[in-house]
Design a protein around this ligand. Structure first.
Ligand SMILES: [Zn+2]
Length: 207
């Protein structure tokens, strides 16, 4: 995977520092401590608030839950035996039968903390709940509010230039959002040998 490319021997120290910084290690845990986990992420900004009934009931006391995204191959879990998995039953559409969500919502069987979502439809990705992450996450400069068609009536939905709203899911992926906001560091963005006009420009991630 890309991680392998990121840790190849560097051409110089500065470039190496930039590449290492591109991936953030996230440590997370449930509230009682029975489950601890870590993963690598290049998309750690908690910008996406989901107001769907599943997120609201299982993980979002404020009326929404926030998932970020990391690389499933790097997920390490301590206390795996304490994990429970919830697959929601989805409402029937168009007169069809109710179906089981493909998303596996992992939570602690002792304290009930929501930990991460993994879906075999995108096996290389894992979506931890920001609420379970102990590593200080960067603050999102803008936010996306999604699944507002399912929002509870009592939930205040922020408005304004930096609050984008969707009745269901936005087309833009979490990775694309990070790229659009220049918050997704890639090898291509770093300059070999530390040369060029942008060589000393600090990564936005480090501000
Ligand atoms: Zn727990």
């Amino acid at each position: 995977m890309r991680i392998a490319a990121l840790i190849q021997p560097p051409h110089d120290a500065r470039r190496h520092a930039q590449l290492v910084e591109a991936t953030m290690q996230l440590d997370g845990s449930c509230h009682c401590g029975a489950v601890r986990f870590s993963l690598n992420s290049r998309t750690p900004y908690p910008y996406q608030l989901c107001y769907c009934s599943i997120c609201r009931k299982t993980a979002g006391g404020g009326g929404y839950a926030i998932n970020i995204m990391g690389e499933a191959a790097t997920l390490e879990v301590k206390g795996r035996r304490h994990l429970k998995v919830y697959r929601a039953r989805l409402g029937a559409t168009g007169g069809g039968r109710r179906s089981l969500s493909s998303a596996r919502r992992h939570f602690c069987g002792h304290c009930g903390s929501a930990l991460w979502v993994w879906d075999p439809s995108w096996p290389e990705l894992v979506h931890p709940f920001a609420s379970a992450i102990d590593t200080p996450l960067p603050k999102a400069p803008e936010r996306v509010h999604l699944m507002l068609g399912s929002a509870a009536s009592w939930v205040p939905i922020p408005t304004g230039r930096k609050e984008t709203r969707f009745e269901d899911y936005p087309e833009q992926s979490i990775e694309d959002w990070h790229k659009t906001h220049e918050l997704f560091e890639t090898e291509a963005k770093t300059r070999p040998n530390g040369s060029g006009p942008d060589a000393r420009r600090p990564s936005r991630r480090s501000r």
